[in-house]
Design a protein around this ligand. Structure first.
Ligand code: ATP
Ligand code: MG
Length: 286
């Protein structure tokens, strides 16, 4: 069974083509890393699978049906996550807020709803954290609660948009391992977008790399190559493998690293080298 398919898809936003000629088929149970520079179309591709961006041409199917809004078979973690209005909200109430499809507010849950909340909290190992206010949790702990929320209703396909954003390397590894263990134990299909390739190397089955208006899906060995990436970056790319890690280089610049491949962030960094601790750690890690 194919979990997600794109056939000759073109996606446009504000009249501008973001991706064109996208053909891909992701099998059920696969863990796919979605990589690409800032603005390459990762979020747009995920939103298209959710039925939130209608393709200008081509067809998108999720579990054999045309992509459409409100598909309960999909668990979606958006990139820009709305900060819960009340950070005093406990993790448990945060998760409970999406049971019965109510995105916000605190529904009075029946026994079944309460069981569902405890089930997903246990799945992500957050039972002991769940009484605490979201504001008190570390980034990595809060990420567990976000994942619990995504699991409500037992979706089959998880679309996770940059779950590693602003986590330090050890918390990144924890989130990647947690998602991989959920994928394996529940047979989920996972599309996991990220700026860095290396944290996903050990867990992903294939990589979906976007750039230059195009997408390439395949094994790491097939996609993370100089010809494919040079086409996707529109510039000559060198792939350097070192100690089990892979570096995607354009000249002396590492393209697949969090703070690079993006003028805006590079600029920020040049002016405020130590303003974001986590970026410094990313740099050291990559
Ligand atoms: N509402 C919009 N109207 C027009 N263009 C848009 C709109 N939203 C996004 N874009 C553009 O579409 C392109 C793809 O954006 P998208 O957010 O999908 O990229 P991304 O790969 O997720 O980037 P990032 O790594 O920064 O999250 C970008 O050039 C972006 O500026
Ligand atoms: Mg994005």
């Amino acid at each position: 069974m194919i979990a997600l398919s794109f056939r000759d898809v073109e996606l446009a936003l504000g009249g501008r083509t973001v991706l064109a000629g996208v053909n891909l088929a992701i099998g059920q149970g696969e863990f796919i890393g979605l990589l690409g520079a800032n603005g390459s179309g990762k979020t747009t591709l995920l939103r298209a699978a959710l039925g939130l961006v209608a393709p200008r041409r081509g067809a998108i199917e999720v579990l054999g049906k045309a992509a459409s809004r409100g598909n309960r078979a999909i668990g979606y973690m958006p990139q820009i996550r709305a900060v819960p209005a009340n950070l005093r909200l406990s993790g448990r109430d945060f998760v409970a807020g999406v049971v019965n499809g109510a995105r916000w507010g605190l529904p009075l849950l029946g026994a079944e709803g309460r069981r569902e909340v405890e089930r997903v909290l246990e799945r992500v190992g957050a039972t002991a954290l769940a009484h605490r206010a979201l504001a008190e949790l570390s980034g990595g702990e809060r990420q567990r609660l976000l994942l619990a929320q995504v699991l409500v209703g037992s979706p089959q396909l998880l679309l996770l948009d940059e779950p590693l954003m602003s986590l330090d390397p050890s918390h990144q590894a924890g989130v990647v391992e947690l998602v991989a263990s959920l994928q394996r134990s529940l047979g989920l299909t996972v599309l996991f977008s990220a700026h860095e390739l290396n944290p996903l190397l050990g867990v992903m089955d294939r990589v979906l790399y976007v750039g230059n208006g195009q997408a390439a899906l395949g094994t790491v060995d097939a996609v993370i190559t100089e010809p494919v990436l040079s086409r996707l970056y529109g510039t000559r790319i060198e792939v350097v493998r070192l100690g089990g890690r892979i570096f995607v280089m354009a000249g002396a610049q590492d393209m697949a690293r969090d703070t690079h491949g993006c003028g805006e962030h590079a600029h920020e960094q040049a002016h405020e080298p130590s303003h974001d601790h986590s970026h410094g750690e990313h740099a050291a890690d990559a």
